[in-house]
Design a binder for this molecule. Structure first.
Ligand code: 2AM
Ligand code: CA
Ligand code: CA
Ligand code: CA
Length: 267
C-alpha cells in the first residue's frame, strides 16, 4: 500500500472509532446548527481533529482542507489533503447508521489517494491513482451499465440552494421515470463509493463541496467509471454539480439533464 494511503487509512479508522463510540452512547453528542437544516456536532470536530493530528504527525508540511476546520496551510503546497470527518451528519444525529469518513490526497492538484470508511459496517473503500479501487482489500468495479432502463441511481436532495429546487425536481422526474428506482441515503461519499463498488449504477447531486466528493471521485475513476459536471466537463469542484457512472450511462444521464440547465443551474 502507498505510504500516504496507509496514513489515510489509519486516520480514517481512528476517526471511525471516535464516531462509533459516540454514536453508541448518543448522550455524548452535542448538536449545533451552522445554518438552516445544517447540523454540526462536537463529534464532527473531534473526528476531524483526530484525522488532522494523524496526518500532521507524518506529514507536517502538507496542507489540509476540512469541512469544519477550513484550510490549514502547510509549507508544501504540492500535497493537499481534503477531509470530511463525517459525511452524513444528519444521519449521525438522527441515529441512522449510514455515514462515512472521507479522506483524499491531491498531489500537484491531481487526486492521488482516497479513503472512504463506513465505521458501522466496517467497510473500507480505498483507491490509489493508477492502481484501481478496493473494498476491504478486494478489487471493485463500476457496473458497466448501458441504459437507464433497470438502473438504480443514488442522489441527494438540494437542501440549501432553494433556487435549484425546480431544476433538480425536473431532472429527478425525468430520470426516475426511466430508471428502476432511486436511492437517497444521505451520504454523498458513500453514494460515490457504492457507484465504485457497482452497488448502484450511477449518482447525481447538486451543490456539493470538494470534501463531499474528492475521495469518491478517485474511487469511481479507479473503478472504471467517469465523473463529470452537468455538461460533461470538469467544473464539478466549483459548481458542486456532479454525475458519476459508467461512461455509457453517463451520456444517457447528461442527455436528460441538459434540457434543464439554465441560468440558475449550470454545469
Ligand atoms: P455532510 O453530512 O458532511 O454535511 C447529502 O445530500 C450530502 O450533502 C452529504 O454528503 C452531506 O454532507 C451534504 N450536506 C451538506 N450540508 C447538508 C445539509 N444541511 N443537509 C443535508 N446534507 C448536507
Ligand atoms: Ca456538514
Ligand atoms: Ca459532506
Ligand atoms: Ca461532514
Amino acid at each position: 500500500m502507498h505510504p500516504m494511503l496507509n496514513i489515510a487509512v489509519r486516520s480514517a479508522r481512528a476517526a471511525g472509532n471516535v464516531i462509533v463510540r459516540a454514536f453508541e452512547q448518543d448522550d455524548k453528542i452535542e448538536v449545533e446548527l451552522k445554518g438552516t437544516n445544517d447540523f454540526v456536532t462536537n463529534i464532527d470536530i473531534l473526528a476531524e481533529q483526530t484525522i488532522v493530528d494523524s496526518i500532521q504527525k507524518s506529514y507536517p508540511s502538507h496542507s489540509i482542507i476540512g469541512e469544519e476546520c477550513g484550510l490549514i496551510e502547510g509549507t508544501d503546497n504540492d500535497f493537499q489533503w481534503i477531509i470530511d470527518p463525517i459525511d452524513g451528519t444528519t444521519n449521525f444525529v438522527k441515529g441512522i447508521p449510514h455515514f462515512a469518513v472521507s479522506i483524499a490526497l491531491k498531489v500537484k492538484g491531481k487526486l492521488d489517494q482516497a479513503v472512504i470508511y463506513d465505521p458501522i459496517r466496517g467497510e473500507l473503500f480505498t483507491a490509489s491513482r493508477g492502481k484501481g479501487a478496493q473494498l476491504n482489500g478486494f478489487r471493485i468495479r463500476v457496473k458497466q451499465s448501458k441504459e437507464l432502463t433497470g438502473a438504480i441511481l443514488a442522489t441527494g436532495f438540494p437542501f440549501k440552494k432553494k433556487q435549484h429546487m425546480n431544476a433538480y425536481l425536473d431532472i429527478f422526474k425525468t430520470l426516475f421515470l426511466k430508471t428502476a428506482d432511486m436511492r437517497r441515503a444521505g451520504s454523498a461519499a458513500l453514494d460515490l463509493a457504492y457507484v465504485a463498488a457497482g452497488r448502484v449504477d450511477g449518482f447525481f447531486e447538486i451543490g456539493l463541496k470538494p470534501w463531499d466528493t474528492a475521495a469518491g471521485e478517485l474511487l469511481v475513476i479507479e473503478a472504471g467509471g467517469l465523473v463529470t459536471d452537468f455538461t460533461g466537463g470538469h467544473n464539478h469542484n466549483n459548481s458542486g454539480n456532479i454525475v458519476a457512472s459508467s461512461s455509457r450511462l453517463l451520456k444517457e444521464i447528461l442527455k436528460d439533464i441538459r434540457p434543464h440547465l439554465g441560468d440558475s443551474l449550470n454545469k
